[in-house]
Design a protein around this ligand. Structure first.
Ligand code: ZN
Length: 177
């Protein structure tokens, strides 16, 4: 499986948003191979999520996988691999949490981002079956982060206070708990 090139902030594809995928498109081998390549690229970069626009494809596809052994985000509760097509947040609780986020398209930076603590998500799986699920905590955070990418947004847009922004080495040294 070839690894895909990750677009970084500044590349117009990061800001251009993504189009909805037609269910019939998911039957094409090319899109299934693309999804496999997205997953391989996410794992290779130790990401906990990836969105198609980050690999230069403007379609509404995201993949998420959290392992407690992930070196970029250690000790988070496990989220088994999930691929979501045309995902939407259809409900959220009233509470929000602040948490540290980084992004494969914004290398070497972390910032404190407020996100809904609980969300209900609707979409399709990679085979076009409807899915709906609830997520909370870090899982909810990653889902919101990846859906933002489908709308051309990055976590920096959500920082209420730019003074939390830190490079990774300084994060490890001063802010990691
Ligand atoms: Zn990101």
């Amino acid at each position: 499986m070839p690894l895909l090139k990750i677009a970084r902030l500044g590349h117009p594809n990061i800001r251009s948003g993504a189009d909805a995928v037609l269910v019939e498109q998911l039957q094409l081998p090319a899109i299934q191979h693309f999804i496999d390549d997205m997953i391989a690229t996410m794992r290779d970069a130790h990401g906990v999520g990836i969105a198609a626009p980050q690999v230069h494809v403007s379609q509404q596809i995201i993949a998420i996988e959290v392992s407690p052994e992930n070196p970029r985000y250690p000790h988070q509760a496990e989220v088994p691999l999930m691929v979501l097509v045309n995902p939407k947040i259809v409900e959220h609780g009233e509470d929000s949490d602040q948490g540290w986020e980084g992004c494969l398209s914004v290398p070497d930076l972390r910032g404190l981002v407020p996100r809904w603590a609980r969300v209900s998500v609707k979409g399709l799986d990679r085979h076009g079956q409807k899915v709906r699920f609830d997520a909370e905590g870090f899982h909810a955070r990653v889902v919101q982060h990846e859906i933002d990418h489908l709308n051309g947004q990055v976590f920096l847009d959500r920082l209420p206070d730019l003074s939390s922004l830190t490079h990774l080495r300084e994060y490890e040294q001063y802010w990691k708990r």
